[in-house]
Design a protein around this ligand. Structure first.
Ligand code: SF4
Length: 259
């Protein structure tokens, strides 16, 4: 008998949970396998100098929506998402900034039989309870720097909570795609990258690593918000530098994953 899924996505108690939703993208292609419905939630505990969505992190813009409302919208794409081997990704900002809402949406998606993905810095990993993680198929984990001082200089926060979350996910054998933004002069220290690559390999649950070259495309948002953008003179990494860093991860057994 074919497996059937509920069309009533969220149990009543959770359907009413509300969250601040910055925006949605119905056909995302880079935030998990297949075609993704991506929900960008407002709010983040970090202050990354290269943030592409300062209007969802530094300034909490968005619309308050209930989990039921969001799940109803997602349900309209369910068959399409399933046909592409895709699913739903909660991103931001950081979805762990609004854990009750995130948990309710993840559960509702799973009830519809959809693959679920959490895109996070891990800085608020302690907000992800066991129940939430049980309804998460994949975590896209940004480790923004290996060196705690560099991490602090880049994000304003501490590295330790992210590593604790990474280790918790490893203990649960939860699949992780690690993301590393390569910024010349800030995150291009080869020794630190080599240490990070060994750490990622040692965890045992990291399925792939995406090395993402820093770019200036998000800068206009900083200008619009009158925020001080401190990376305006930082160049994008050369193809050679990006390739060199990808090679470090390749040596630890991670295949190339270039968007
Ligand atoms: S963790 Fe992501 S959303 Fe938050 S400030 Fe950094 S880049 Fe922006």
């Amino acid at each position: 008998m074919p497996q059937t899924f509920s069309q009533n996505p969220a149990p009543d108690s959770e359907a009413a949970v509300t969250g601040l939703v910055h925006s949605v993208e119905s056909c995302g292609t880079v935030d998990g396998p297949g075609i993704r419905f991506v929900l960008f939630l407002s709010g983040c505990s970090l202050r990354c100098r290269y943030c592409h969505n300062p209007d969802a992190s530094y300034v909490r813009r968005g619309r308050t929506r209930s989990a039921a409302d969001v799940l109803e919208e997602i349900a309209r794409y369910r068959d399409f998402l399933l046909a592409t081997g895709g699913g739903v990704t909660l991103s931001g900002g950081d979805p762990l900034f609004q854990p009750d809402f995130t948990g309710a949406v993840l559960k509702g998606c799973r009830k519809m039989g959809l693959h679920t993905c959490l895109d996070t810095s891990g800085h608020l990993g302690a907000n992800a309870d066991e129940d939430m993680l049980a309804h998460t198929d994949l975590v896209l984990l940004d480790i923004k720097a290996w060196n705690p001082e560099s991490y602090k200089a880049l994000t304003g926060g501490e590295l330790r909570p992210t590593l604790e979350f990474a280790e918790r996910l490893a203990a649960l054998r939860k699949p992780v795609w690690l993301r590393y933004v390569l910024v010349p002069g800030l995150t291009d220290g080869m020794e630190d990258i080599a240490k990070l690559s060994r750490y990622a390999a040692h965890l045992g649950n990291v399925e792939r690593v995406d090395v993402l070259p820093f770019h200036q495309m998000g800068r206009f948002k900083w200008d619009e918000l009158n925020l001080d953008y401190t990376l305006k003179d930082v160049p994008e990494p050369s193809a050679e530098l990006t390739e060199q860093v990808r090679g470090i991860f390749r040596r630890e057994g991670f295949p190339d994953c270039v968007h």
